[in-house]
Write a protein that binds this ligand. Structure first.
Ligand code: PMP
Length: 404
């Protein structure tokens, strides 16, 4: 049974004050907060079994290795990958995208095309631009409309036999739009293109099934779903991961090294050079356990209620304009107050203990589309409440009064 008051007790940070006021944390799309259950796992790791993994004969090393590999299996089960070795530990979504982009350097040639969307985070634009520079391939963009949705009829027109890769985020971080990834994947496969879905924003709200989606690559960050920063995952279909060359060279990723030739380790180690964030991986597994114990359907339903409640309250403020008004969206509200810079609104809200994000949200093309410098973004998680939304809405009214 979903009970927000019980859930809130799991998050020590939610009871602190900021600028003398109780914290209202609405910057969840940037980073989610960490429950005690995950903090305990981190403390337990460093207190009891901190050791390097995989090739140590001693007990601590084996204990750490077992826990790390168990976390990989938790991630495999959560995303429903066929094999545990299709899950590569990364430092986050950005790392996963760069790993794939780097791997495709040797597979692409001039005249090949890559499709991204107008709703992407910079981390899903820049690596592909760099890949185009290296390979001579061309970048094409699925356009967006005023509601902040991708225009699928235009996507259909972009696809051709030259399309080799399609990269789209599952949910836009700046607007909260949920993109029709099932359609995008199916159409891309019809022309033989591979698809990478950036799940950084979907992983806290939706439990994706990578096999049912038939997606080629899926990336996510632990810190968006109650886990630690600097930790994430890349899912890749076994056939693709075998085809891609390694991203980084170093220890752990080799089978045999001589000065004449090095052979690489099997999956997943081929992509995991060096000592990883061992504690981070184990804590990622704990975060997945925590969120599944609450239940993703209950989380999505409750967050949707928060979204509707906040949208209704904010709509009553004159001069407030929403960006991203799709019916298919998650609990993100992006807005501006007429004639007022988003940064000033964010600064006043901070004085009231309310954390929101302001600016371009690493999605400058979206801001260019709307011809604005940025927005105020409030993003809700399952531990937020309607009472917090009331405090936030009265804060926005206060900011408007002070800055008009
Ligand atoms: N893609 C999207 C849609 C995001 O929201 C983010 C994080 N804001 C990223 C990629 C990058 O994630 P990370 O910084 O954890 O690598």
């Amino acid at each position: 049974m979903f009970n927000v008051e019980t859930i809130r007790k799991d998050f020590p940070i939610l009871s602190r004050k900021v600028n003398g006021k109780p914290l209202v944390y609405f910057d969840n799309a940037a980073t989610s907060q960490t429950p005690q259950q995950v903090i305990d796992v981190i403390v337990d790791y460093y207190s009891n079994y901190n050791a390097n993994i995989h090739r140590g004969v001693h007990s601590l090393s084996q204990e750490a290795t077992d826990k790390y590999e168990q976390a990989r299996q938790k991630i495999q089960n959560h995303f429903n990958a066929k094999h545990a070795h299709e899950i590569i530990f990364t430092s986050g979504t950005t790392h996963g995208i760069n790993l794939v982009a780097n791997g495709f350097s040797s597979l692409l040639k001039k005249d090949d095309e890559i499709i991204v969307s107008a709703l992407e985070h910079h981390s899903n634009i820049v690596p592909w631009q760099m890949l185009c520079e290296r390979s001579g391939a061309t970048l094409k963009v699925i356009p967006m409309n005023q509601e902040g949705e991708l225009v699928m009829t235009e996507y259909d027109k972009l696809l051709s036999k030259n399309t080799k890769l399609v990269f789209v985020n599952h949910i836009s971080n700046a607007l909260g739009t949920i993109n029709p990834i099932e359609y995008i994947i199916e159409k891309a496969h019809q022309v033989g293109a591979a698809v990478l879905i950036d799940g950084a924003q979907s992983c806290p709200h939706i439990k994706p099934d990578v096999q049912a989606l038939d997606v080629d690559f899926y990336v996510a960050s632990a810190h968006k779903m109650c886990g630690p920063t600097g930790e994430g995952m890349l899912y890749g279909k076994e056939s693709w991961l075998k085809k891609l060359p390694p991203y980084q060279g170093g220890g752990e990723m080799i089978a045999e090294v001589t000065f004449e030739k090095t052979t690489y380790a099997d999956l997943p180690h081929k992509f995991e050079a060096g000592t990883p964030n061992i504690c981070g991986g184990i804590a990622f597994g704990a975060a997945i356990d925590y969120m599944n114990a609450i239940d993703f359907d209950a989380i999505a339903k409750y967050e949707h209620e928060l979204l509707e409640y906040a949208t209704k309250q904010l709509s009553q403020i004159d001069g407030l304009k929403f960006y991203g008004t799709s019916k298919h969206k998650t609990s993100v509200i992006s807005f501006n107050l007429e004639g007022i810079h988003p940064y000033d609104v964010g600064t006043i809200l901070d004085k009231l203990g309310i954390a929101v994000r302001t600016g371009h949200h690493c999605a400058q093309p979206i801001m260019d589309y709307y011809k604005i410098p940025g927005t105020v973004r409030a993003s809700f998680a399952f531990y937020n409440t309607k009472e917090e939304i009331d405090i936030f809405v009265s804060g926005v009214k206060k900011a408007k009064m002070m800055l008009s």
